[in-house]
Design a binder for this molecule. Structure first.
Ligand code: F0G
Length: 386
């Protein structure tokens, strides 16, 4: 249990809520900021301007582990014995892993058919009780909150404020890599809006502590099939307003979703969420970081994912929304070609192989790279390779 080997707890003075003896760590947060000249040039940016923070390199393959190490430490502090979460997949994988690491019983709620197989296989392998509900993530979220209240289970969704404390460290690692200087932009996918909320809090605190001079701007990218935040901010003009968020706008919006029996849909299943639980905290982050929000199509996400695969370490579809969104922001001139940008690639390339294989197999996209069928014949194979 080496705290200095955790990319979260080596910043423990900045998330100071837990005595060391309760801390749960499995070596999360050993991730680094990587400059990517090839993608920068492809996007028409200055070659040294673009950086990728690949959080897929965490123990369970996503950024969630940054939050779980903190939340499970708190669970140990308060003597929890069993825990639960709703999930589009990565939360369940991470919860299941940390739960067996510290001996907690664990139940995860999944929307039936709405999870990538890499993630589902992790929850099962790590021994979580896995409950599939005939509904979407938002249904699961509602049910798990009721179950946790009724049965006294420890809730591990990003409603849990200790999750967000751990996720702040993703930003610490980025600015550490840049010499304790903020980049011009942080770009992050938006689902339940835990990351964006945590990032805003991180920068507010660093500024207050005098550890940085200025905060970066924040760009939050939805999928068009799950774009509640984009709609509320850009069209309904929902703002933080010093903490006086206009609740009527939100209530009317959700009432309309219910009336239309709306269910979100995107190939980026990780962010297939229409009632983000951290909406208000995210509005605060947008206020702190002069943020922008936008939505990108599934096609744009898949193209961006293939680009990241071709020139970087790859990522899962939701993570690629960052590069797809950045393309729009560059085209609009919101982001300048020489602005220093850090995109957070939230999940590992192997989480959702179906989307990847289908893209390459079925499409003639710019980066489509379908396998070639050849007869089982040496001469034919040699002819083809030549
Ligand atoms: N990227 C990935 C890979 C995710 O798994 C998630 C969320 C997000 C982005 C969105 O992050 O919620 O902080 O805005 N996945 C959750 C889950 C909802 O259940 O695994 P957010």
């Amino acid at each position: 249990r080496r705290l200095d080997l955790s990319g979260v707890w080596r910043f423990r003075e900045l998330l100071d809520f837990c005595p060391d003896e309760h801390k749960v760590t499995i070596g999360e947060g050993q991730t680094i900021l990587q400059q990517n000249c090839a993608i920068a040039e492809h996007l028409g940016m200055k070659p040294d301007a673009l950086h990728l923070q690949y959080e897929g390199l965490n123990p369970s393959g996503s950024f969630k582990d940054n939050g779980m190490t903190a939340a499970f430490s708190h669970a140990m502090m308060v003597g929890a014995t069993s825990c639960a979460c709703a999930s589009t997949g990565n939360t369940s994988a991470s919860v299941a892993l940390y739960a067996h690491s510290c001996g907690l019983k664990c139940t995860v709620f999944i929307g039936s058919g709405r999870i990538a197989f890499g993630k589902l296989s992790q929850a099962m392998d790590y021994g979580a009780q896995t409950i599939q509900i005939a509904g979407d993530f938002d249904d699961c979220m509602r049910q798990v909150q009721a179950v946790c209240t009724e049965l006294g289970l420890y809730l591990l969704n990003s409603l849990n404020p200790f999750r967000l404390e751990g996720q702040k460290t993703i930003m610490y690692r980025i600015i550490e890599a840049l010499g304790w200087e903020a980049p011009d932009w942080i770009v992050v996918p938006g689902g339940n809006l835990g990351n964006s909320s945590a990032f805003g809090k991180a920068f507010l605190e660093l500024k207050q502590l005098g550890l940085i001079d200025r905060v970066p701007r924040l760009a939050i990218v939805n999928a068009t099939g799950a774009d509640t935040l984009t709609d509320l901010v850009n069209n309904k003009k929902l703002v933080w307003n010093g903490g006086n968020v206009d609740q009527r706008i939100i209530d009317d919006y959700y009432a309309d979703l219910t009336a239309r029996h709306f269910s979100p849909h995107t190939c980026a299943s990780a962010i297939e969420i229409s009632r983000p639980v951290n909406l208000k905290k995210c509005l605060r982050a947008i206020d702190v970081c002069d943020g922008v929000v936008l939505a990108v199509t599934d096609e744009e996400i898949c193209d961006a994912k293939a680009l990241i695969g071709k020139y970087g370490l790859g990522c899962e579809p939701a993570s690629a929304a960052t590069i797809a969104g950045l393309k729009h922001l560059l085209a609009r001139g919101t982001v300048a070609k020489d602005d220093r940008v850090a995109c957070v690639l939230t999940g590992h390339a192997l989480k959702d192989p179906n989307v990847t294989v289908n893209y390459h197999k079925d499409r003639l996209g710019e980066f489509s790279n379908a396998p070639i069928e050849v007869p089982n014949d040496l001469a034919e194979i040699i002819k083809l390779i030549r």
